[in-house]
Design a protein around this ligand. Sequence first.
Ligand SMILES: Cc1cc2nc3c(=O)[nH]c(=O)nc-3n(C[C@H](O)[C@H](O)[C@H](O)COP(=O)(O)OP(=O)(O)OC[C@H]3O[C@@H](n4cnc5c(N)ncnc54)[C@H](O)[C@@H]3O)c2cc1C
Length: 374
Amino acid sequence: MRKVLIIGAGIAGLGAAVSIARAGDNVRVVERSTSLAVGAAISMLYRGPDALAELGVLDACIAEGTVGYLDSVFSRMYDSSGDARRLPQLPVRSDGMPSYIIIYRPVIARILSGQAEAHGAVIDRGLAVSSLNDEGETVAVTFSDGTSDHYDLVVGADGTASETRQHLFGDTAQIDYSGNMSLRWVKPDAPTGPVGFYVSEESVPVVIHPLHGGLVYIATGVDMENRHVGTDEARQLFREILGQFDAPYVRELLSVVSDDDPVIARPYLMHHHPRPWHKGRIVLIGDAVHTLAANLGAGGVLGLEDGLVLGQELARTESLDAALAAFEERRFERTSNAVAASREMLDAQVNRQASPAELHVIRERAVADLSKPF
Ligand SMILES: Cc1cc2nc3c(=O)[nH]c(=O)nc-3n(C[C@H](O)[C@H](O)[C@H](O)COP(=O)(O)OP(=O)(O)OC[C@H]3O[C@@H](n4cnc5c(N)ncnc54)[C@H](O)[C@@H]3O)c2cc1C
């Protein structure tokens, strides 16, 4: 039995915790934040439902998510007046699996945490890693509470600004700001109406999805410089964007944005870390090695797949080197293609003001790639 430390309880870290603990290894997850998850909703598209099924949490996610079987999440598009846009449909699953599950982030974090703990993993929230020292046979780790321990394997699932990646490779990551700041809002008891993708005359998309329990999730973005945007400014920008639409449902939602509603602003960042993704006994997964803009809604799915695949490869062999090499082999090209497609879409959207039909063609190609088994 290996002793494994996972740094970060985001979707990648929790997926890895379930997968590795289930295979019988001794897993501890440390998460700097005390809260379960930051953010609004997340769509599990492409092979996301398959990864959830493999991790044994598909039914729980279906029970608490908004689920589509016969339509694609990208299939309902409206123009700024609210008239449906006719676009060729993207392929949907024909094997009985959901095409998408849209779920509140704290809910999927709770479900994955519960599953990891059921397999024996220990999750310590409010605890960060202070230092790592790969001593060859084990990695010596000290924590923010002053304690220390040794591990056979350390998994850096600590997000785009990964300190684990910095520790391994220095400042080699080329993290680009996409030029677009995401604005997201989850409203309880919001009015219901035609949900889907609305696109303004200026090609600004607003995504509206219902969530479980009467919540409605609305996401959009604004082109601006990369800087901190507080809640008040985010709410103001959000209102301005919704104000560009004549669609009755968007107007209705705009009318219920109140002055104390928290709107979350987060920059869309992009990077794909060159190989290797591991050094000695430390390996990186999720946004720590690949971040893409939300135009494909794929970053979380890819992180979840990473965690699952890492556990599968560790279970296959006693050799850590072989397992980490096999993990990287299975993940590098798939994630590289996804980041490239996300960049291409963003370039078409922001720099070329591409038409929805042109964007659809790029998305169709990316969807086909991401829908392949991993
Ligand atoms: C606006 C927006 C919308 C998106 N929508 C979707 C979507 O619909 N579908 C989808 O699949 N993807 C989506 N994504 C992408 C997705 O959110 C990310 O790819 C995913 O959350 C990354 O997960 P992760 O676990 O790799 O990293 P993170 O979620 O960033 O988790 C890393 C964790 O590590 C912790 N941590 C960091 N350092 C330390 C330390 N030293 N010690 C302990 N803990 C530490 C952090 O607190 C954090 O909780 C979206 C992204 C954005 C910005």
